[in-house]
Structures are given as C-alpha cells and as structure tokens.
Design a protein around this ligand. Structure first.
Ligand code: NDP
Length: 335
C-alpha cells in the first residue's frame, strides 16, 4: 500500500519536500472492518491549513502519518455485514491506495449510487465542496430571484456548484476567475452570466470597475473564496444590506497578509459578513446533496475535473491547487 506522509511543516510556502512516499503493509481485517481500494483522492485547499501546527478549526495533520483526505473507492474485502465487496463508497481514506475502515463508526463510510452520478463527483459537486456552496448561498446569503450574486475562484469545485445553485434561484450570477480560458469556460459551460479575469487587474479599483460593468444593479450576495484584492474590489460594489459568505481566503493560505482597504463599507452598507465551516452543519447535508445530485444527474451542473495520475503525483498537484494551476475539482486518480 503506497501512502504519502507529512514529514515536515512548511514555513511560508508549502513544498514537495514536506511530503514523503512510503510503502507499507495493509493490516488484516478485524470484525466490523472493510478494506477499500481508493479510485480517487480529493485534494482540497483546507489541507494547507492542516500542514501548520497552529490552532484552527481542524486539528493539525500529525507528522509521519498518512495525510488525511476524502476518497471514493470500492470495497474489496469486508468483515462488516452492511458492506459487500464491490460497493462504491465515500470516506476519509487519506493519501494512500487502500484504507482499512471501521465501518461501524458513524459517518466513516457511505455507500453511493453511481448509476447517474460518476463516482468522482462525490468528492466535488455532490460532496463536501458542493455542500459548501449550498450552505453559503442558501443559509448565509439567502438569495432572492433577480438579485446579483458574485463568487470568486468561480471555476473551482465550490465556485462551479455555486453557479448552478444561484442560477437555479433566478439570480444574475457573476464569476471572478484567473485567466481567459477559465473565464470563457465559466460562461460557456458553467452558466455564469459574466466572468471577470482578475489577472487583468492590478488593483482593487480597476477590478471593481469591471465588476460594476458586469453588475449594473450592484452586488447583493458575495461568496468569498479568495481574499485580498478581490474582496476589496467586491466590497466597493456591494449594495446596501448585501450579504457576504466568507468561505475561504486562499490567497493567504501560504502566509501572505490580506489587508482590507475599506472596512468601513461594511458599516455604511449595513452588510452581513459571516464565515462558516461546512463540516459544522451536517444537518443540511442531506437536503444539499439531494439538490446537487439532481443538478448533476440532469446535466444542469457539469463540473470540470483536474485529474493527476497516481499517488506520487499528489504533492505537486496539491501545490498547484494553491497557485490556481487546477482547472476544476482537483483529484488524484489512484485505480
Ligand atoms: P478550487 O477548486 O476553487 O481551487 C482553488 C482555486 O483558488 C484555484 O483554482 C484558483 O482559481 C484560486 N486561487 C488559488 N490561489 C489563489 C490566489 N493566490 N489568489 C486568488 N485565487 C487563487 O478550490 P475549492 O473549490 O475546493 O475551494 C474554494 C475555496 O473554498 C477555498 O478558499 C477553500 O479553502 C474554501 N472552502 C471552504 C470550506 C468551508 O467549510 N469554509 C469548505 C471547502 C472549501 P483561479 O485560477 O480562478 O484564481
């Protein structure tokens, strides 16, 4: 069983040398356990936070242990009556080819139906990133038909789900993404009304001008994934009583400071600004997954994937994700 361990913590930018490929034996199964062969590993921005030894909403990743992470795969051996060989499952198997799972533990392993939804989608649009978009939009922004919604990192796993959910609620939906290819894709394939390339702008004033053109009625809801200049620019366009769901600040994950230039706009525009962590809202997952599953099964949400081949490719793919090299949900294909 190949595994990737975290062997050192980054100071500043994360490096490939923080990770190490290890080969280990798979232990024999105990009663209640199943052996899962992973087909895909999910790479997610939150993993960067776990590489630090700092207090955060998730515990730090332990050194010299398998990196944690979401996985989808198939049961290849079972000593649990609820799981049969061949079942397709979602779990937190980590950066390795196989995992032994105590399947009686609540939430450890979930069977999924791949008739209409591809297995990999359960790590993206019909999984944690999709529910993240759903929670921020439905529970924090609370959109009304006809309002204008904006999302940054628009073509990513979260951003693409946000677009489908926002359009389904009758909102003008504007994306912000890096580069012409991503912006074209956002409009042609993801259903955005407009997508703005932030890389064409060197300051918030210039970006906010482009945003004002794209949002003639102002911005009512903003789903924040990035921070820094992008947040500054959107703040300049928010309508009175606008709502901002603070989901991520990826521009600062490697330690770069993210100053806010116009915080007084929160006051003068009476904005609601709320952060959230999707794993703290398990009560909404069934409802959110139902809507997201339907959107994918009916072709209304066609999320794109960036697939790295083989476990050894995981560290570089992960570092690329933190620099916007991914185009859509970043996965690693293991089997
Ligand atoms: P994505 O698939 O969107 O990939 C990350 C994207 O972020 C990149 O493709 C890139 O897009 C953009 N990006 C990377 N670096 C920078 C930078 N320095 N400045 C600006 N943009 C950058 O990832 P996810 O959809 O998985 O996650 C999106 C956000 O949601 C992240 O901030 C993540 O931490 C957050 N999140 C929060 C959760 C919660 O519970 N609060 C749960 C899940 C995710 P581009 O090329 O367009 O710039």
């Amino acid at each position: 069983n190949q595994q990737i361990h975290l062997v050192s913590r980054p100071s500043g930018e994360a490096l490939a040398s923080n990770f190490k490929l290890i080969v280990s034996e798979t232990p024999a199964l105990q009663d209640g356990q199943v052996l899962v062969r992973h087909h895909f590993l999910s790479l997610d921005p939150y993993m960067r936070g776990r590489m630090n030894d700092a207090k955060s909403y998730t515990a730090p990743q332990a050194l010299n242990e398998v990196m944690g992470g979401g996985t989808v795969g198939e049961v290849v051996e079972s000593r649990n009556p609820k799981f049969a060989v061949g079942d397709k499952v979602v779990g937190m198997g980590g950066w390795q080819q196989y995992s032994v799972v105590d399947a009686n533990q609540l939430g450890a392993l979930r069977k999924v139906d791949t008739t209409l939804i591809p297995l990999s989608a359960y790590l993206g649009a019909v999984g944690m990133p999709g529910v993240t978009a759903w929670y921020g939009l439905v529970k924090i922004i609370e959109p009304k038909a006809g309002e204008t919604m904006v999302v940054s990192a628009a073509t990513g796993a979260v951003g693409s789900a946000f677009a489908a959910l926002s359009k389904a609620r009758g909102c003008r939906t504007v994306g912000i993404a890096g580069g012409p290819e991503k912006c074209r894709y956002a409009v042609d394939e993801l259903g955005f009304d407009v997508c703005i390339d932030y890389k064409l702008h060197h300051d918030a004033a210039s970006l906010s001008k482009a945003l004002k053109d794209a949002c003639p009625d102002g911005v009512d809801g903003y789903f924040e994934n990035v921070g820094g200049m992008v947040l500054d620019a959107v703040l300049l366009c928010m309508n009175a009583f606008g709502r901002i769901a603070v989901c991520g600040m990826i521009a600062g994950y490697d330690g770069a400071p993210l100053p806010l230039s116009h915080p007084a706009l929160i006051l003068t525009n009476r904005l609601k600004v709320q952060g959230f962590i999707v794993s703290e809202h398990m009560e909404v997952w069934p409802e959110a997954l139902k809507e997201l599953g339907t959107l994918v099964a009916t072709g209304k949400l066609k999320p794109r994937e960036s697939i790295a081949q083989g476990l050894e490719a995981a560290p570089e793919a992960f570092l690329g994700l933190l620099k916007g090299k991914n185009f859509g949900k970043q996965l690693v294909k293991l089997a």
